[in-house]
Ligand binder design. Structure first.
Ligand SMILES: Nc1ncnc2c1ncn2[C@@H]1O[C@H](COP(=O)(O)OP(=O)(O)OP(=O)(O)O)[C@@H](O)[C@H]1O
Length: 365
């Protein structure tokens, strides 16, 4: 590639969102039982029709109840899960076209994957139990900076261990993962992700397994490092108060998922204080820490508690079977996530003053 072409490509890449999802779907075929062999396989619609941009130095906290598709969406955003439809781009490069070598590939798949890192809920299972911490952390340096010698490598590892709060580093570097607490293991996982110089880290329920007293400390650490290392974070949590803390302190957004769809995205403060989607209101009600309790109601603001089956989600708006505001129109059509990318967006007809929703009959069953 010529120098001019190279610079022009780089400029174009910098103008694109860091990660951009367009109409992304991830459908899984459910495992068949022995006697279902001749039946059509059942399909779990884990993620359906999601479009979303993640910018440089962005913070996005994804919330929703268990099984709504948060992890699948997160993994799809970092190129770990191939979507069954739609497009995932990294700086404008179609991630799966890069993987398959289709078309002009400006950014190789390996480069994309190393720029998009993950830390899991259970760091113990992702750290090699047979390696000392110093060797676990040496690997990414060897990969990204093969010229760095052993002394400098050790110095870099020690300084990063101290940066993630493992002080003095010498006390931790030669231990094995099982000799660390859960919180210390999570710090090592974070240090390992940072050594790849990532543009984005997916923290998938990364604080859920920690002691409550350590959760805020870990969120603060991730946010400090987010600034220092110029990286973006997608933070997954089933707990709205943690999502709020992370998004508010990181000056970011919250995305609310319901049955595979994104139903509301917005700045943390606005989304919590003035939710646009009735399901966000349910999450607020279910999160006593927020001290909001949806106008003090003792019952959840829902018609039904049961979660529908993601194999056969309800027609129209997927929340209509539980929504206290649902009308006939909600059973018939699916509201899109209205609004500009970056603005507060809600997928609910109630935010459209001229919608036929307002003239249709309330659902009673
Ligand atoms: N590899 C897979 N094969 C089949 N189904 C899957 C697979 N991964 C996820 N699912 C299903 O997709 C749906 C979404 O799962 P996902 O883990 O993304 O949700 P989640 O919101 O992160 O839930 P949790 O908080 O419980 O982890 C669930 O119904 C899940 O059972």
């Amino acid at each position: 590639m010529s120098q001019t072409h190279d610079t022009a490509d780089r400029r174009r890449q910098d103008e694109e969102p860091l990660v951009s999802l367009e109409d992304v779907e991830v459908h899984f075929e459910k495992n068949q039982g022995l006697f279902d062999f001749f039946e059509e396989p059942e399909v779990v619609r884990a993620v359906d029709g999601i479009s979303l941009d993640i910018e440089e130095n962005d913070v996005l906290a994804l919330v929703g109840e268990s099984g709504c598709g948060k992890s699948t969406l997160g993994k799809t955003s970092i190129g770990l899960q191939r979507p069954t439809a739609g497009t995932v781009r990294y700086r404008g490069q179609d991630v799966w076209a890069a993987k398959d070598g289709r078309g002009d590939v400006d950014i190789p798949f390996d480069e994309i994957r190393s720029s998009l890192q993950i830390i899991h809920q259970d760091p113990g299972s992702s750290l090699n139990p047979n390696q000392r911490i110093v060797d676990i952390l040496a690997q990414p340096i060897k990969l990204t900076h093969p010229d760095v010698g052993p002394t400098e490598r050790r110095e870099r590892i020690y300084s990063l261990l101290e940066r993630v709060g493992m002080n003095p580093a010498a006390d931790f570097a030669d231990r094995y993962p099982h000799q660390l607490s859960g919180g210390e293991q999570q710090r090592v996982a974070l240090a390992r992700a940072l050594l790849m110089n990532p543009d984005l880290i997916l923290a998938d329920e990364a604080i859920s397994a920690l002691d409550v007293s350590l959760r805020v400390e870990m969120m603060d650490l991730m946010l400090d490092l987010q600034e220092d290392f110029d990286t973006s974070f997608v933070f997954i949590s089933h707990d709205l108060s943690n999502a709020r803390y992370f998004a508010e302190h990181g000056n970011g957004r919250i995305g609310v998922m319901y049955l595979g769809e994104l139903v509301e995205v917005g700045r943390a403060e606005q989304l919590i204080e003035d939710p646009g989607h009735p399901y966000t209101n349910v999450l607020r009600w279910a999160t006593p820490d927020l001290a909001l309790h949806a106008d003090g109601a003792s019952e959840p603001p829902m018609r039904k508690i049961d979660i529908p089956d993601p194999v056969d989600p309800p027609s129209g708006c997927r929340f209509h079977t539980r929504c206290p505001e649902a009308r006939e129109a909600c059973r018939e059509a699916c509201p899109a996530l209205e609004g500009e990318t970056g603005a507060h967006r809600t997928a609910c007809f109630r935010n459209q003053p001229d919608h036929e929703y307002w003239d249709s009959a309330p659902l009673e069953d």
